[in-house]
Design a protein around this ligand. Sequence first.
Ligand SMILES: Cc1ncc(C[n+]2csc(CCOP(=O)(O)OP(=O)(O)O)c2C)c(N)n1
Ligand SMILES: [Mg+2]
Length: 331
Amino acid sequence: MAAKKKTGKSNTSAEELLGYYRDMLLIRRFEEKAGQLYGMGLIGGFCHLYIGQEAVITGIEAVTEEDDKRITSYRDHGHMLACGMDPKGVMAELTGREGGYSKGKGGSMHMFSKEKHFYGGHGIVGAQVPLGAGLAFADKYMGNDRVSFAYFGDGAANQGQVYETFNMASLWKLPVIFVIENNQYAMGTSQQRASSTPDLYTRGAAFGIPGEEVDGMDVLAVKAATEKAVAHCRAGEGPYILEMTTYRYRGHSMSDPAKYRTREEVQKVREERDAIEHVRELILAGNHASEDDLKAIDKEIKAVVNEAADFSRESPEPALEELWTDIYAEA
Ligand SMILES: Cc1ncc(C[n+]2csc(CCOP(=O)(O)OP(=O)(O)O)c2C)c(N)n1
Ligand SMILES: [Mg+2]
């Protein structure tokens, strides 16, 4: 295996590292299970897996506080798990069951949790970005010091509505952090083929929004950059852009011809930059836990995921009458 070029604080505590290990592993095992259930025909429709990108959401959520808000695209399962939503409710939504977060009527891309301040789950590329600024506007209006996180991809970064949002967010100094999850591809189109400039973190320059490029495969680097961005927002300085360089290991969605990149390219990232492996190495090198301890954690996580999968199969399908509920909000 090639030498790692990761940044990382050697003084990170055992507890913190083991926490990241657990959180990232939960996302990976959950997504692997979702892939299996999809293959078995238990999940239908769209399903976009987050495998490979776990360090981004894990590092950011390590910094968030109660009542901070988040909104993202259709590649949303990891975001839900990381902000504390119940794996059972997420999995049951994937299988379209009553016990799901949207009572089985939303599916993979349309889940919400008011309690955890998770505002979706959006299938229209880039649509969550102005909505994220809206969340931040509400907090500014209420006069609190909450921060909103609007996540979007490298493909979405070329959408017009993103720049309209940048303008307003900067003009009104909204406490929103724009997190660009640059996983190098938008469906089958590589970033090089679609973006006029390679650096997405500079895209706010015309609006006076500072930005930073971060190794999104290194949970400690993600956390450090997020701390800086959050401090900026909470101090009333307005928005911030974090470009997380990351990689998705699986296809765009569940059907993906995978003709746009080589197997070797994927394998190389897995071997040299995997976020979970990186934390695992830090844990072992620091003698914070043994190989057996880590195996035991994996076993525990698998049990949580299996329980979620069982729940998602046992929960009934929504009753027919549900077709008529949750359509209009009562005003
Ligand atoms: C407005 C709009 N255009 C096109 C699509 C089809 N589409 C779905 S995902 C996607 C790629 C987006 O890529 P990126 O923003 O990099 O996010 P990623 O899937 O890599 O997480 C496209 C073109 C869509 N859903 N909405
Ligand atoms: Mg992408």
